[in-house]
Design a protein around this ligand. Structure first.
Ligand code: 9WN
Length: 434
């Protein structure tokens, strides 16, 4: 804990640290005690950065343990299932994915067959930057470099479906922003045959908005992937959902830069990572920048069109250190406009407030989340946008002071929603407080 903290900040810091202690399972951290009882990939990356300020050894274990689930082709699954948790505690559990039947997937544990935004290299480098023991930290980087490089190799080899250097996602869950209105159209275009299972519409472990036909479509996409044995050829040629998302790719880009630095520190060749970062940078601008609306949008690879709705994902490329001035200025203008900053005093909501899809209470369709605001804060800080960064910093802390470490928040009055004691909300507050 930094000695510079005020009394009020110290109390907040302690409360956040307590959440992480309570959600620690012995080798990793659950996103939330009841709702998400396994280990999620990008959650662990966010969580490790808070742990770095609190329990350094756990921060490293958190990141390493998520890589236990990595497949031999480099795929880093978005869920690593805890075998001590009842199989029905979370749906979809291991029975939907059947990962152990797939050659190259781990034999000794169950995983999903999808990935999530590849934030891990960025997290690993941040752990190193805030380490008090440089030598030990270099050993950690040396250990985690090969799986990180394999993760990026997988994305470049098997997910560059558009051929320009971006990684495509094949399921809304891969975006991390599951029911974002961005995915409404591609999901609606999906054929939904009669279900082969009886959905439990009353399931308590599904967040609001995920119960119903939308969730059936999520499951349908998984069944298609599983039937194709998660084969890269299926993703390229047949899978009905394929999109290039600006937030996913901005995280990929920031992590590619981080990986180049890690390569240098650990005596590997940084050049391939730098070249990859350059390609992602170019492709983001060439393919996802929409000059007319002055922001980034997701590209539906199945229709070849940019998806019209503007969400918090549009600001993801603030994480690009080489973002050209005009694009940077346009993003800041949009961020501070009534469409995103209309919610006075609270951080950025997940959807354009003026869009017909906006819903202040529904998960990723409007509410404010700590992780997206932390990413924007990091991007703004990197560009020296101190006013924007300070706004995001102050309003994020205000939110958790008011409502605690909730999963998400009403963007107009800050009311907490979803699960309590949500790990990344706590962890990123530790990172902000420093
Ligand atoms: C599906 C764990 C995860 C986060 C995602 C968030 C939510 C899962 C769900 O919870 O997704 O992966 O059941 O809705 O959308 O970003 O990683 O916290």
């Amino acid at each position: 804990m930094s000695p510079r903290l005020t009394g009020d900040e110290t109390a907040l810091w302690r409360a956040a640290a307590q959440v992480l202690d309570d959600n620690w399972t012995g080798c990793g951290t659950v996103p939330s005690p009841g709702l998400y009882p396994h280990q999620w990939s990008w959650d662990s990356a966010f969580i490790s950065m808070g742990l770095a300020r609190h329990r350094r050894d756990r921060a490293e274990r958190e990141l390493l343990s998520v890589f236990r689930g990595q497949w031999s082709d480099g795929l880093l699954p978005h869920i690593v299932f805890n075998s001590h948790v009842a199989r029905h505690a979370y749906f979809p559990g291991p029975d939907l994915w059947r990962s152990r039947t797939i050659p190259g997937a781990p034999r000794d544990l169950d995983t999903s067959g999808l990935t999530q935004p590849p934030l891990h290299a960025l997290a690993a480098l941040r752990l190193h930057e805030f380490s008090a023991d440089a030598e030990r930290s270099r050993d950690f980087l040396a250990r985690i470099y090969p799986p990180l490089a394999a993760q990026h190799g997988y994305l470049a080899r098997h997910r560059d479906l558009g051929g320009a250097g971006l990684a495509a996602i094949c399921h809304p869950w891969e975006s991390g922003l599951d029911n974002s209105p961005v995915w409404d159209r591609p999901l609606a275009a999906l054929d939904l045959p009669p279900l082969a299972y009886a959905p439990d519409r009353t399931r308590r472990n599904l967040p609001i908005g995920l119960v119903g036909e939308e969730h059936d479509r999520y499951v349908r996409l998984v069944v298609l992937l599983r039937e194709a044995r998660y084969h890269p050829g299926h993703l390229r040629d047949d899978h009905p959902f394929a999109a290039e998302d600006p937030l996913f790719n901005a995280v990929y880009l920031a992590s590619a830069h981080a990986l180049a630095e890690i390569a240098e520190i650990t005596g590997h060749d940084p050049l391939p990572h730098r070249e990859r970062a350059q390609r992602i940078h170019r492709a983001l601008l060439d393919r996802l920048w929409d000059r007319e609306s002055g922001c980034f949008r997701a590209l539906d690879l199945r229709t070849g069109r940019l998806i019209p709705v503007v969400t918090a994902g549009a600001f993801g490329p603030l994480l690009d250190p080489d973002l050209p001035g005009p694009a940077l200025r346009a993003l800041v203008e949009l961020l501070l406009s009534a469409r995103f900053a209309g919610a006075a005093g609270y951080p950025v909501p997940t959807c354009d407030i003026q869009s017909a899809c906006f819903d202040r209470g529904d998960y990723w369709r409007g509410p404010t989340w700590i992780n997206t605001n932390w990413l924007l804060w990091l991007g703004a800080t990197g560009h020296g946008l101190t006013v924007v960064a300070d706004l995001l910093y102050g309003s994020t802390l205000r939110l958790v002071r008011q409502s605690g470490f909730r999963e998400y928040f009403d963007p107009f009055d800050g009311t907490g929603r979803g699960s309590h004691d949500y790990s990344w909300s706590a962890s990123l507050v530790l990172d902000l407080l420093g």
